[in-house]
Design a protein around this ligand. Sequence first.
Ligand code: SF4
Length: 213
Amino acid sequence: MNEPTIVYRFKNGLYINLTNRCPNLCAFCIKTKWHMQFDGHNLDLQGQEPTVQEVLALLDKELRAAPVQEVVFCGYGEPTMRLDAVLAIGRALKQAQAQGKYPAFKIRLNTNGLGNLINHCDIVPQLRSAVDVVYVSLNAQNEELWRKLLRPAPGYENGFASVLEFLKGCASAGFDRVAASCVENTGADPAAVRALAASCGADFNEREYLNEQ
Ligand code: SF4
């Protein structure tokens, strides 16, 4: 297997593969179907999560090589499992941008919205100082369906309410954009998920269901 990739380019962005840990086991998650591969990259960190300094050094190399529109915390795992690293990297990038070190780009967090439960506190105020855009994988219009599709680990079974609370908190915190998403063809009703997102003050992104490679 090829070496694990920590930072990779995709479309107009730089993506950070911070962790493979996630409290969900979504029925539609591509990490198992695609054997931890994405766009030619091996995202299986094999338990060796990168340090903040490693990530910043890789980002620096890429950002000097060619500008991007966004830097995204994503990968095959839930970034808020490593909230301290997200905050440290995001704040360092913002500081470097303020000093004119890099051309402008947005910093986006892709999350399952369970960050408050994972970290046992309201993480929104801290996130506000580290990222510009928050995308939440909502994927269901009610708790029962959320539990069925996202298959949360013990301790997270009642997480749907916390995801909505997180979404509302982000929507009122002044980020550049906050959007919830719904993968199509899973049994969820994208129109109802869109309406739920709107009731939380968030935008909506519909996402394609990704099949076997
Ligand atoms: S929340 Fe994301 S990483 Fe976690 S299982 Fe679901 S799709 Fe995969």
